[in-house]
Design a protein around this ligand. Sequence first.
Ligand code: AMP
Length: 176
Amino acid sequence: MASDHLAKLRAAVRDVADFPKPGIIFKDITPILCDGALFRTAIDLFRERCRGLKVDKVVCIDARGFLFGSAVAYELGIGLVPIRKKGKLPYKTERAAYTLEYGEAEMEMHIDSINPGERIVLIDDLLATGGTSASAATLIKKVGGELIEAQFLIELEFLHGRAKLEPDPVVSFLTY
Ligand code: AMP
């Protein structure tokens, strides 16, 4: 992917100070979503990265992960598995806890959404502390999936989230 494409994506990410709470700089990706060319560029990054990985399914994380993951799965012609916050999925689930700034929360995935041995790419919009995606990785492995790579549009490197995912491979396209 040409560096000018990355520069355009970077320029479109909007910093919103003190959202959702004081001290957080929220990386708002909605300007990318509402520009057709930029949205395509973002999806192409993931799609090209998946080329040659022999991916069976895309797993994506509630809620902004769905926006990218579903388009990537469509492009690749493969299945999509949503990981959701506790209480949202209707059928039997596996659960994994993760740490929030204050306390703990749980993510869920349907028990029958991944077949043992399937090659999985995990997609989310942003890697921060890594708690959310580490719980997603736990769920993928619990049901027998093989996590090939975790992919993020944005990584906040100063939070060292990838340490929670490694040794699983981690890729991000825009780093801060
Ligand atoms: P974490 O578990 O800390 O890696 O948080 C990752 C999840 O929280 C992702 O699904 C992001 O959408 C969201 N998130 C965390 N921090 C930010 C931020 N500064 N800007 C935008 N989204 C964030």
